[in-house]
Design a protein around this ligand. Sequence first.
Ligand code: SAH
Length: 267
Amino acid sequence: MTQTPRKSHGRKSISASLQPRDLMAETKLKGAWTAKIITLFPEVFPGVLGASLTGKALKQGLWALDTIDLRIFGEGKHRNVDDTPYGGGAGMVLRADVVAKALDFASRGTPQDRAKWPIVYLSPRGAPFTQAKARAWSEADGMTLLCGRFEGVDQRVLDAYDIEEVSLGDFVLTGGEIAAQAMLDATIRLRDGVLGNEASTEEESYSNGLLEHPHYTRPAEWRGMGVPEVLTSGDHGKVAKWRNAQSEALTQDRRPDLWARKEDYED
Ligand code: SAH
């Protein structure tokens, strides 16, 4: 659902009192974990989040999505949202005043406490996104995500609104939308009822500081390859031990950085 103030009333309507549609959005907030997404491309949402388990959960009302079209808050007849960078250089920068209006609109009816309602700017300069971050966000009431475009956002609005910058990884995307969908996927699947099988998030990669063990399913023999014998032994204790050993070996081999931090996950 795209949440936008009415265009026909001009820019002033943005700060006008709540429209019936906004009241609906607020009522919804009380029930479901809500993602508010500020973007120049609201049409790309829910995107991949509309498929499979996150899509089913969205339809069931286990979480809600409010996209906020940044363009609506733009300046002048052309609703400009960006301008050239002070100091020169390539590209355009999203204006602080325009982004602030969208953030103010998004914050209606949301808790001030950032633990209950994180406000995040998707940014390659941000702290790397982790499973721990997804877990913390999933325990909030919802969150606001600001998707950048062009060269990014005027620093002053990031400072003024105490916005958390989070990165999907050490690479540069064209915009924040794919990063927002990736992070929301990781977050929403941790909410009760989304996966169906609750136990499955506890043994996954990263949850205990280790990468997950390998999986096997039928056929029992494929291209001359069988499956590790222990998995067909029916001995649950042995299976658990084997899986744990595999997890440890994989983590040591592929992610020595994770392995070195393993103590962080142990009591
Ligand atoms: N000039 C910026 C890159 C801008 S990319 C720099 O060098 O840091 C345009 C937008 O894409 C950013 O504003 C951000 O919202 C998004 N983006 C790009 N890479 C990202 C990443 N790794 N993680 C999250 N968001 C990213």
